[in-house]
Design a protein around this ligand. Sequence first.
Ligand code: C2E
Ligand code: CA
Ligand code: CA
Ligand code: CA
Length: 277
Amino acid sequence: AKEAGKNGYQFYNSQMTELAFARIELEKSISDALKLKQFKPYFQVKVDAQDKSVVGFEALIRWIHPTKGIIPPDDFIPFAEEIGIIVDINKFMMQESMIIFKRFKAKGLKCGMLSVNVSSEQLGDYSYVEDVEECLKNTGFDAKDLDIEILEGQNIENKNRVAEILRSLKGLGTTMSIDDFGTGYSSLTYLKKLPIDNLKIDRSFVRDIPKNKDDMSLVQTIIALARSLHLKVIAEGVETKEQAEFLKKSGCNVLQGYYFSRPIPEHECEIYLKAKS
Ligand code: C2E
Ligand code: CA
Ligand code: CA
Ligand code: CA
C-alpha cells in the first residue's frame, strides 16, 4: 500500500488533511504578511502612578489584514511561536517601533521608554541579543530607552541560559520587565538571580479590584515583594479611577490600561503626545 502514492494522501482522513492545509495556509499568510508589512505596532501608554505623566509606551502587534480587518495577537502569535516565525516578527516589530519613536523624538515629542514583548522561549540563544543589537544599530535608538517585557514560558530547564542572555541584554543598556507576573513559572530564587528591573502585575489581579478583597491584598503582597527585591511595579489592565487610586496608594509605580488609553496606532499616538506637550 505504501507504493500507492508517494504523498500517501489516502492514509489521512479528510479532517486531518483539512487541518494540515489550514496550518500551511496560515503559515504562508503570516510570512506574506511580514513581507508585505501588514504587521503594525500599536502603542499603549504607561503613566507615572503619582503625577500621571507619560513614562513610555508598550508596542503591541496588530495584523492589518486587507480583507479580514485588524487581527489581534492572540489569534496568530501562539501559532507564530509554534512555527518559529515569531523571531522574525519580533525583530520587525522592534525595529518598526524604534523607527517610529525616533520620528516622535525628532518632532520634539517626549515618548519616553519603548517596551517590546518577547517570550522566554525566544531567549534560549544569543540570536535575540544579536537582533536587539542590530535593531539598535540600524535605527540609532538609545538602548537606555528600550525595555524588554519577558513573558515566561515553560522552558524552566533553560533558566540558567535565560539568565545569561538577560545579562547580555542588560549589558547593552536595556531594562528588563517580567510580564504577567503571578501567572508564570517564576520562582523567587529565579527572580532574585535575574537582572530584572520591573514586575508587571497581570491584568487578572487588577480586574476585580475593588470587588475582590483577596485580589487587593494579593496585589499589595506583590508590591511588597517587588519592593524587597528593589524592583519597580507596573500594573496592567487598569480600567477604572478606583483601581488607579488603589494601586497608587499601594505603592505601584506605573499604571497601564484602558482607563488611560487603549493601544493606538502611530498617528493617534502622535496626536496624543502633541496634546500632552
Ligand atoms: P500582554 O503583553 O500582556 O499585553 C497586554 C494586553 O492587554 C494587550 O492585549 C492589551 O491590549 C490588553 N489591555 C491593555 N489594557 C487593558 C485594559 O485595561 N483592559 C483589558 N481588558 N485589556 C487591556 P493585546 O494587544 O491583544 O496583546 C495580547 C498579547 O499578545 C500580549 O499580552 C502579548 O503577550 C502578545 N503580544 C502582543 N504584541 C506582541 C509582539 O510584538 N511580540 C510578542 N512576542 N507578543 C506580543
Ligand atoms: Ca507585555
Ligand atoms: Ca502583560
Ligand atoms: Ca497577557
